[in-house]
Design a protein around this ligand. Structure first.
Ligand code: B12
Length: 349
């Protein structure tokens, strides 16, 4: 068990809280959070300055292969318990309109919007939290039946942006103003602007934006005229074929891949799919940096797990050949390969 926090600064309580997550000490973590509340710290600060950065650190440890998926799941579960305990302790009664908070279809990162939902609640909004992966049609029919002042949509993965756009458009058609957020829209929200959606970097800004309905509705239209070249749609149509051929190519050129365990094979197929999906998302928003950043991230993840960057380059080279008649995709793949640690003459086998 961890001693109760006596500090009034969440930053001071942070190391102890992180130790609780590392030790899967659920009660200790709740005690740290409630200790801060008892010491007079605002619940919003506990959520945003303790729980949120700790979750980001959980992600970094998983990415560096220091923590297993099981440790990440255990820590995330504890964070969810802490959020619930803080919300119950605060027990705010709503004074404002209804805000529906949901994850985009296919998006399982429910904790970030849960934090947003609780902060909105603390600020007086009547919040309905729909959680992870809400299908667009179900969200729209929900909005029709409940009189929502706004809907807040979360996306943590840039590769889900084309789906996010369809969801944003579906909400718009029901005339409910939309605010989006989450790391999927880019650190500065630039891909939200490309999709014509109002973006908030964090929960307090989302609350302010929702209070100003005119600002929420006054968003420049989506800039997607580049989609007329059909590259995005063609890539989506060819997704299965590209993954299959990339796997065959990988097995031909990297003999180690022939003796992969079923679990390794599964995660390789999943990575090959993520590469295609991220490339498709980059074409959708017409920004190569979405894909180059993804490739850098993937190389870090794989190298920390003993897979060489060359394996990623093999696949990028394969996709580059398969998509040579697609100018935007070819350029994006070229840029991403140039940024690889193995880039340079002789780097591509
Ligand atoms: C927990 C977790 C999971 C859990 C989610 C459980 C849950 N209940 O949420 C599970 C296990 C499901 C998961 C799955 C995956 N995950 Co994950 N996950 C995380 C982790 C560790 C924590 C997420 C979190 O709570 N962050 C803390 C919040 C508070 O931070 P935040 O997202 O920046 O949110 C703030 C703002 O962005 C903003 N905000 C966020 N959402 C919204 C919404 C609105 C409307 C507004 C206004 C603002 C807003 O406010 C927040 C508070 O300030 C992150 C690491 C990280 N750094 O976030 C990875 C992370 C997001 N996951 C990642 C990945 C890759 C995946 C998987 C693809 C892994 C896999 N191979 O299967 C899958 C994808 C599943 C899917 N389709 O959605 C990567 C994404 C990398 C990338 N560049 O795309 C990350 C960054 C991990 C990493 N370091 O590499 N994950």
């Amino acid at each position: 068990m961890t001693a109760l926090a006596t500090t009034t600064d969440p930053t001071d309580a942070y190391p102890g809280y992180l130790t609780c997550l590392a030790d899967a000490d659920e009660h200790g973590a709740v005690d740290v959070a409630l200790g801060l509340l008892d010491a007079g710290v605002a619940p919003e600060r506990v959520l945003l300055d303790l729980v949120a950065p700790a979750q980001s650190e959980v992600g970094e440890r998983w990415a560096r292969n220091e923590w297993s998926v099981a440790q990440e799941h255990a820590a995330t579960h504890i964070s969810e318990r802490v959020v619930a305990a803080v919300a119950q302790h605060a027990n705010t009664r709503p004074t404002g309109g209804r805000v529906v908070v949901a994850c985009m279809d296919g998006e399982w990162h429910a904790l970030p919007p849960r934090l947003v939902a609780e902060v909105l609640r603390l600020r007086g909004w009547q919040v309905t939290f729909l959680g992870a992966s809400v299908p667009a049609a179900h969200l729209v029919s929900y909005l029709h039946r409940h009189d929502a002042q706004a809907v807040a949509l979360a996306c943590a993965l840039p590769m889900r942006l084309p789906h996010a756009h369809r969801m944003i458009e579906a909400c718009r058609r029901s005339d409910v103003p939309v605010v989006v957020g989450g790391r999927g829209f880019g650190a500065d929200g630039r891909w939200a602007a490309r999709l014509g959606a109002a973006w908030a970097p964090d929960a307090p800004s989302a609350s302010e934006l929702i209070a100003d309905e005119r600002a929420l509705r006054r968003v420049p239209a989506a800039q997607l005229s580049h989609l007329a070249d059909d590259e995005y749609a063609s890539l989506v149509r060819r997704r299965g074929e590209l993954i299959d051929s990339a796997l065959t190519d990988l097995r031909d050129r990297m003999p180690a891949a022939l003796s992969y365990t079923p679990a390794q094979l599964d995660s390789t197929i999943s990575d090959l799919g993520h590469i295609v999906d991220s490339l498709a998302a980059a074409l959708y928003v017409d920004d190569a940096s979405l894909f180059t950043e993804f490739v850098q991230w993937l190389v870090e993840i794989l190298t920390s797990r003993g897979v060489p960057a060359d394996a990623v380059d093999l696949t990028l080279a394969h996709y580059a050949t398969a998509l040579r008649d697609f100018p935007r995709a070819a350029r994006t793949l070229r840029l991403s390969r140039a940024g690889l640690p193995t880039a340079g003459p002789g780097a591509v086998h």
